[in-house]
Ligand binder design. Structure first.
Ligand code: 1GP
Length: 241
């Protein structure tokens, strides 16, 4: 697939990737113009679209609107089956392997199959791993699962490795949107050492310093939503070295 091969290519060239997360719950398709202009001029390499509480077809509409403003690949990062949008370039086919809720391990994925039929979406199997961040985030609430404890690094590493051995093509370490503390560098480093697939890190990253820390610890692709949502000047801030 184009999206996945492109990611592998960029990573092999030593590039660090940044996905801007746009939440259909928080952004209206009519209000995109200024935001997208800043996004296009920034270091962003990907656009992720998704949210954990979306319950209509607003994702589909939003993806089409975003497409009018940018050439960047648009990836669905679904909070639920309803968000599977054929208008996007690719879909992170998530399994919440940190949790023990069968709905988010396999049932939602089964439900998604009928929505995927007939689309051209590139489907990328992705391990999704919640890490404790200091408060309950909406993904914990919605999925009714507990995040992995920050101090049990070996268990976190083994969880992600099990995902890779099951054939997952991406691994996503998630502190949760609006997290109090991003995924700790120690955890990113330990996981990166063990994995051969690309590593995505997101949740609670709000400064250039935190972004660089994630990259330097081994994140191949960082996802940021809230910081851009709350303040579009953050696009300019991360340009400065
Ligand atoms: C959430 O990892 C993403 O799924 C981004 O989190 O909104 O805290 O940047 P933030």
């Amino acid at each position: 697939g184009m999206f996945y091969n492109h990611i592998l290519q960029l990573i092999s060239e030593g590039k660090k990737l940044l996905a801007v997360l746009i939440d259909p719950d928080k952004v209206s398709p009519n209000n995109l113009s200024g935001f997208m202009q800043k996004l296009n001029q920034s270091m962003a390499t990907h656009i992720f679209v998704g949210g954990s509480t979306v319950d209509d077809n607003s994702t589909d509409v939003l993806v089409s609107s975003i497409r009018k403003y940018t050439q960047l690949p648009i990836i669905v990062f679904p909070g639920d089956v309803i968000q599977v949008s054929g208008n996007a370039d690719a879909l992170l086919f998530l399994s919440l392997i940190s949790g023990r809720n069968p709905d988010y391990l396999i049932e939602k994925q089964i439900e998604a199959v009928s929505k995927l039929r007939g689309t051209q979406l590139e489907v990328v199997p992705t391990g999704y791993v919640l890490i404790e961040n200091g408060k309950e985030t909406s993904v914990q609430r919605v999925t009714q699962t507990k995040p992995l404890k920050r101090d049990n690094i070996q268990y976190i590493v083994d969880t992600t490795k099990a995902g890779e051995l099951l054939g997952m093509k991406l691994m996503y370490l998630e502190a949760g949107s609006g997290a109090l503390h991003p995924v700790p560098p120690k955890i990113i480093k330990a996981v990166k050492q063990e994995l051969t697939i690309p590593l995505i890190v997101g949740g609670g990253i709000r400064s250039k310093q935190q972004l660089n820390l994630a990259y330097n610890s081994g994140a191949d692709l960082v996802v940021i939503g809230t910081a851009f949502e709350e303040n579009e000047d953050f696009f300019d801030e991360i340009k400065k070295l």
